[in-house]
Design a protein around this ligand. Structure first.
Ligand code: SF4
Length: 329
């Protein structure tokens, strides 16, 4: 079985963009590979945060993933900072990474702009830590969105740099692009994001979600109920593609184009189908939350397994780099 790695930052509450854009895909493919999923908390300390809140967020993300259907035991779901090999390998990779390669990373430029008052080395070095996350398990497959493809290319570059200098050690991982293109927020303009306030929370109640849908952008050319609309340019229809059955989708398309269906009714159908997906996740989340101790136990066991594998990689790397002179005695 090929090895798969993917990580998610403990950013707080998940939204449907996270679910349909990434996590649902993880759930679908998790048993096709030897999978590692990580709550990558080291990646989230490069911006200012409250430590107490961080503790909550890390645990909450693990519970969320479990509730979404990640098989915690079989997939080695773990917390990144509990496996020190990630940081070890990052430092080693720093020494085979040309500055120029890192400077080209577009996400760094964006993040530096967003955090102009706190542009730290961690923010700059983020792709190297990401490469270490993947390569410490010698993962060959990394499910990502399009905005992460550059980082996977960069990981391959690091792998090649290390291998050519110290001998074949790491694979060159490939990105596995999710079929769902990026999910736009309810503003219909920008990628769904909690910080932009255009999100639909994964665990929000039916009522809260309906309220958000009421104000969500539709086809801008459909000004009155009697104007025909165009589902191809309507963000609400892009949500229908995620949750509605083909029959209902064609009903929406016909109703929209002929003005036989109003946007309010269209949103009600969407809401019904969306809640069919989200209600069971929220129920599971509430149940799991009642017994967080067992989640913590599984995370601890998984971190232990990951530490063992990471240690093997680090020993191999150090051996090749001449960093363990006592090793053979
Ligand atoms: S009927 Fe539906 S698809 Fe058509 S414009 Fe309104 S919300 Fe969009």
């Amino acid at each position: 079985m090929k090895i798969l790695f993917s990580g998610i930052q403990p950013t707080g509450k998940l939204h449907i963009g996270n679910f349909f854009g990434a996590i649902k895909n993880w759930v679908n493919i998790q048993h096709d590979y030897k999978s590692y999923f990580s709550v990558v908390d080291y990646h989230s300390i490069t911006i200012k945060y409250d430590p107490e809140e961080m503790r909550e967020r890390v645990m909450d993300m693990a519970v969320n993933l479990y509730a979404c259907g990640i098989d915690m035991e079989k997939t080695n779901l773990f917390i990144q900072s509990e496996v020190p090999g990630h940081a070890d390998l990052t430092w080693i990779f720093n020494s085979v990474t040309p500055m120029g390669e890192l400077e080209r990373m577009t996400q760094y430029k964006d993040k530096a702009q967003q955090n102009a008052k706190n542009v730290n080395v961690g923010l700059f070095d983020y792709p190297v830590l990401q490469a270490a996350d993947i390569l410490i398990y010698k993962a060959e497959v990394v499910p990502v969105g399009e905005d992460q493809v550059q980082h996977i290319e960069f990981t391959r570059e690091i792998s090649r740099n290390f291998n050519s200098r110290f001998g074949q050690t790491f694979p060159e991982p490939k990105e596995l692009l999710t079929k769902t293109p990026r999910v736009l927020g309810i503003d219909g303009e920008k990628k769904m994001s909690k910080s932009l306030g255009n999100d639909i929370g994964l665990l929000e109640s039916g009522e809260e979600i309906m309220n958000k849908l009421r104000g969500a952008k539709t086809d801008p050319a459909r000004v009155t109920r009697n104007d025909p609309g165009n589902p191809d340019v309507c963000n609400i229809y892009s949500y229908h593609r995620l949750v509605s059955h083909e029959d209902e989708r064609s009903e929406v398309v016909d109703g929209c184009r002929s003005a036989g269906m109003g946007c309010v009714d269209c949103k009600k159908i969407l809401h019904k189908n969306l809640m069919k997906v989200l209600d069971p996740i929220r129920d599971r989340y509430e149940n799991i939350n009642k017994n967080k101790v067992s989640v913590r136990e599984i995370l601890t066991q998984n971190a232990e397994k990951c530490r063992r594998i990471a240690k093997q990689t680090i020993l191999e790397v150090k051996e090749k780099m001449g960093l363990n002179p006592l090793w053979k005695i």
